[in-house]
Write a protein that binds this ligand. Structure first.
Ligand code: ATP
Length: 204
């Protein structure tokens, strides 16, 4: 029986790193944010809905998504962001359901749904368990500054759009404290993977 695990956490918490470690152990990972970007470009019905709501400037003449235009619109307008998410999230959840069927057919032991907005999109209701990855804010800022070459102010601005860590932790089934080395993280992830895929976890 295949289990499903939602993985979320604040910016720079280590979600993607945890998911790559899970993949190395044999899990399949569905990356919701990447899928959202793909569908916004490739799904004709979603494209039409976005153009209707935000105008033809939403796409560049060559057909690619006009990220700068949409980002500027939604960044300071929570209502517009809510409308955009209301168009995109249901399509992503549908795609996850297809990924689930495929993974089950292929007898994948664990299907992971990585989503920065796991709770906000309602995706938490589609998975058996939720893992929240967390680390102290200062550490998360340091990691993102090093990774993306942005300023700490820019990282803080992006944090404003996310649920506070206390709330994420409260809603989690598992919390992974990503405060040590990458080797420590690997061991923590391996222990969790074993726990989730062992036969004895069947009657949770
Ligand atoms: P975002 O929300 O921005 O997508 P994320 O939660 O997916 O971020 P990652 O990209 O996994 O976070 O990690 C952020 C950065 O911190 C990456 O460069 C990653 O390699 C690094 N990192 C993560 N965990 C550790 C750790 N335990 N020790 C050192 N570096 C780490």
């Amino acid at each position: 029986h295949m289990r499903t695990l939602g993985v979320t956490g604040g910016i720079g918490s280590g979600k993607s790193t945890v998911c790559r470690l899970l993949e190395a152990l044999g899990a399949r990972v569905f990356y919701a944010d990447e899928e959202a970007k793909r569908l916004m470009t490739e799904d004709p019905a979603l494209r039409r809905a976005i153009v209707e709501a935000f105008g033809p400037e939403s796409y560049l003449p060559d057909g690619r998504l006009n990220r700068a235009y949409l980002a500027e619109w939604v960044f300071n307008d929570p209502e517009a962001l809510r409308r955009l998410n209301a168009l995109v999230h249901p399509r992503v959840l549908e795609a996850f359901e297809q990924a689930r069927e495929q993974a089950a057919r292929e007898q994948v032991p664990l299907l992971v749904l990585e989503a920065a907005l796991l709770f906000e999109s309602g995706a938490d209701r589609l998975v058996d368990h939720v893992l929240v990855v967390d680390a102290p804010e200062a550490e998360r800022i340091r990691r993102v500054v090093a990774r993306d070459g942005v300023t700490s102010e820019q990282v803080r601005a992006r944090m404003q759009h996310q649920l506070p860590p206390e709330e994420l932790r409260r809603r989690a089934d598992f919390v992974l404290e990503n405060t040590g080395s990458l080797e420590t993280l690997r061991k923590q992830v391996e222990a969790l993977y074993r726990r989730l895929t062992s036969v004895r976890s069947d009657n949770w």
